[in-house]
Design a protein around this ligand. Sequence first.
Ligand SMILES: *Cc1c(COP(=O)(O)O)cnc(C)c1O
Length: 361
Amino acid sequence: MTSLERQNIRDMAGYTWGEQPDDGKAVKLNTNENPYPPSPKVDEVLARLTAASLRQYPNPTAVPLRKLVASQHGLHMDQVVMTHGGDEALRLAITTFVDSGAGFGIADPSYSLYPVLAAVQNAQVVRVPLMEDWLPPADLAQQLNAAGCRLTCLVNPHAPSGALISLQVLRTVAEELAGVLLIDEAYADFVDPEVDYRSTTLVREYENVLILRSFSKGYGLAGMRLGYLLGAPSLIDPILNKTRDSYNIDHISQQVGYAALADQTYAAQTWRKVRDERTRLAQALALLGLPSPASQANFLLVQAGQNSVLDADEIYQQLKSRGILVRYFSAPRLRDKLRISVGTVEENNQLIEHLTDLLTA
Ligand SMILES: *Cc1c(COP(=O)(O)O)cnc(C)c1O
C-alpha cells in the first residue's frame, strides 16, 4: 500500500491518550478531569436548547463569550480568541508562529501532546530539561533563543508534577525570549488563591506572551471541548482572523461555556473542594510510602518504589484490575512515578483503601 501522506506525518507517532472506558464503572483518576460536574446553570442551558437553534451558523468569533472572558481577566475582547479545547489553541499557536523546520521549545518532561503537534507542523522540537524540582533552569530563555525557537510552551502549574513557576520567573523568561511564550494554564484554576498567581498582567506587559485556559479541568467540561488564548492583539489577530477555522466554536459550546463561566461561585466551590482533597490525599499517600511534590494542580505525581513492595507500573496494573485508573508514563524521569488525579472524597477514599491493601502487609 502506497502511503500518500506527507513524509513527516508518515514518520511521526500520534498522541497516546489516557484510557476512557465507556462503562462508567471505573474510578477515573487518570486524565485530570474535574471530579465535580459543571454548574447547574449548564443543565438549564442544555434544557432550553432547541434543535432549531442549530439551523444557523453560530456567532463567528463567539463575541459574547469573548467579552465575558475579557471582562473576567480585565482585558479587551481583542485580546481573546476562543478555541475548540485548549488543544486547538496549541495547534493554532504552532501553525501561526512556527515555520516548518523552525524551533519549537518545550520543557522536559511536560504535556506529551506538544511534540505531536510540532511533528504535524514539521517543526524542530527543542527540549530543555527541567531541574530536580520540576522548575525551568535559569538559562531557559538563552537555550531557547540559541536554538532559534519561535514559540515555547510552558505548562504552569506544571504537568505532570503540579509545580508552579512564579510570576517573577515568567516575567524574566518573557523578557529574555526572542519568540512567543505560551503559558499553558490548563490547571491554573486549582492554584491556591493565597499564592496570588495573576498572570494576565503579563499579557498587558509583554507583546510576546500568550496564556492558554481550558474549560476541561476547572469547569468540568472536558466533554465540551472549549478553551481560549489571551494575548496582545498583535498575537491574537492572526489567529482569530487567519489561522482559525471559521465558526470553530459551535452554538452549544458558546451557550454552555457562557453559563459555566458566568457561575464563578459554583466553579470556585469545586476548586476549593479539590484543593482540600489534594492536601488530604497527598498526606495519606505519603504515609503509604508514596510521597509527591507540592502540587498546585488537581493531580499529584507520586514517587513509588522507595519503601514499597511494588514499583509504579505494578501499582498502576494492580489498581486497574481493581477498577481504579491512574496514569503511568514510561518516560525516563517518570517511570518510577504515578500521576493521580484528585477525585471526590469517596473516590480518594477508595484509592487509599486499595493502596493500603496493596502496600501494607
Ligand atoms: C488538559 C490540558 C490541556 C487542554 O485540554 P483541552 O481538554 O483540550 O482543553 C492543555 N494542556 C495541558 C497540559 C493539559 O493537561
